[in-house]
Write a protein that binds this ligand. Structure first.
Ligand SMILES: [Zn+2]
Ligand SMILES: [Zn+2]
Length: 455
């Protein structure tokens, strides 16, 4: 590294410590789920506007971006924070209660943006760089409340069910060359972990339609939608032996509607399901098999089925850009010491994120900070050390942007040149998402002995 960016950024970041910590607490105390994060949005918008930034809002949904421009030609680096909290099902000490909380630490990410923007706009820093830094606060990373989002989609309020894809479709990532984000992880000591990436996910809903009939009096005339769903789920379980072993394939479901009343044969049954795999093409292939099984379950009973493939999280591949890993690693070592930076490029997480969807069109990285405690996505989750979970990630990301954009953006240009994205453009990526998104009926019964199936 030509400059010691870490030390300079660290020193300048001190000024923003209090405001970042205040934001972290405020947003923690005002958790809202995806596409409804207005408290965090309004709080941050006011802070950034007071700092002099021209915030461009999404409008009918929370989230915004703004650019910090060096005035010199060069690459654009997006630094991202997620706004949303999630629903945690009951596990509290005070009895079972479902609550909305920041059980994934996203409040830390967006709070860090305050310091990052402040430091990146500093004249001494900006004058040494080229290109632009785009600060983006995105909604709706967690795949939750899908029925509500489908409704929003039908009403034309959104086009996609995840925040980053929606933001890509609205132009928030147009012109961005590299994307950076830091997610909190547990840890009692300052440090950083760089992983291979995450799993891909297809989130789906499957609805079976039978016929309503009195269960006691006339079951012989009925088409039982619950048995159709059960038969499909048995077929999926038997299919598991065909899943590639090293791909971490998962297919897990819940039944959110099992029928109407116990006196009636179930006529409508709703299954919600996620399919997961490490590789995008494997994921698509497994999803086809699973859809075939869902259709087969319906045919066995002469029922109808509607499969809704609602949202795709493409696997995040942090290790696909060795040079970007290197930048994170070197800045991390500068800040935390080599012994506190873990390069875990063999290991992939079973979770998923729509940061992978950004990575499908440009180089991206999402290392993990320390500072959280308890279990992620549970009531026990907490931010134990704001210094590690907010302040350090702010320094890290700002210093990384400096390294990428110094010396005519040489490092950034090399990373962009060497990266092989899954899709050559945001438009091509969105076309693929449109093709996967489906909500249609799959069986056409043509006469007594035949049916046309497609899945
Ligand atoms: Zn999460
Ligand atoms: Zn998260």
């Amino acid at each position: 590294m030509h400059h010691n960016w870490s030390q300079l950024v660290l020193q300048k970041m001190e000024r923003y410590k209090t405001s970042m910590y205040e934001a972290e607490r405020y947003i923690w105390e005002h958790p809202q789920t995806g596409f409804k994060e207005w408290d965090a949005h309004n709080y941050l918008k006011e802070k950034f506007t007071n700092m002099g930034f021209a915030v461009k809002e999404a409008g009918n949904i929370p989230g915004f971006s703004f650019d910090i421009d060096t005035g010199k030609e060069g690459p654009t680096i997006a630094i991202i924070g997620e706004l949303d909290a999630l629903i945690v099902p009951g596990e509290t000490d005070s009895g079972t209660k479902t609550c909305v909380m920041h059980a994934c630490g996203h409040n830390c990410q967006v709070s860090a943006l305050l310091g990052i923007a402040g430091v990146m706009a500093d004249d001494e820093i900006l004058s040494k760089l080229c290109g632009k830094i785009r600060i983006v606060a995105v909604p709706a990373e967690e795949l939750t409340e899908l029925a509500e989002r489908v409704q929003m989609r039908q009403e034309g309020k959104i086009k996609y069910l995840s925040g980053k894809t929606e933001f890509m479709s609205r132009g928030f990532f147009d012109g961005v060359d590299i994307a950076v984000m830091v997610h909190t992880d547990n840890g009692e000591k300052a440090g950083l972990t760089i992983r291979a990436g995450t799993s891909g996910i297809i989130a789906k809903r499957v609805i079976y339609y039978g016929s309503k009939c009195a269960a006691g009096a006339a079951p012989a005339n009925a088409v039982n939608a619950l048995y159709a769903a059960q038969t499909a789920m048995n077929a999926i379980n038997a299919l598991r032996e065909t899943f590639p072993e090293k791909q971490f394939v998962r297919s897990h479901s819940i039944i959110t509607k099992g029928g109407e009343t116990v006196q009636h044969i179930p006529s409508e049954v709703i299954v919600e399901s996620n399919v997961r795999a490490f590789d995008y093409n494997v994921l698509k292939n497994i999803n086809e098999k699973i859809n075939r099984a869902y259709v087969a379950g319906a045919v066995a009973f002469g029922a109808q089925v509607k499969i809704e493939d609602l949202e795709v999280y493409i696997p995040e591949n942090d290790s696909d850009s060795p040079e970007l890993v290197n930048v994170a690693y070197e800045v991390g070592c500068d800040l935390f010491g080599k012994e506190n930076v873990r390069l875990n490029l063999q290991k992939r997480g079973g979770g998923g994120t729509d940061m992978g969807n950004i990575g499908a069109v440009m180089p991206c990285i999402q290392p993990l900070s320390t500072g959280a405690g308890g279990a992620a996505h549970s009531h026990t989750y907490q931010i134990k050390h704001p210094e590690y979970a907010v302040f350090h990630p702010a320094v890290l990301q700002a210093a990384m942007a400096c390294v990428l954009l110094e010396e005519n953006g040489e490092k950034a240009k090399k990373i962009i040149k060497e990266y092989k994205p899954l899709f050559s453009s945001i438009d091509e990526y969105l076309a693929e998402m449109d093709e996967i998104y489906r909500t249609k009926k799959h069986i056409e019964y043509t006469n007594r002995n035949s049916a046309l199936l497609n899945w």
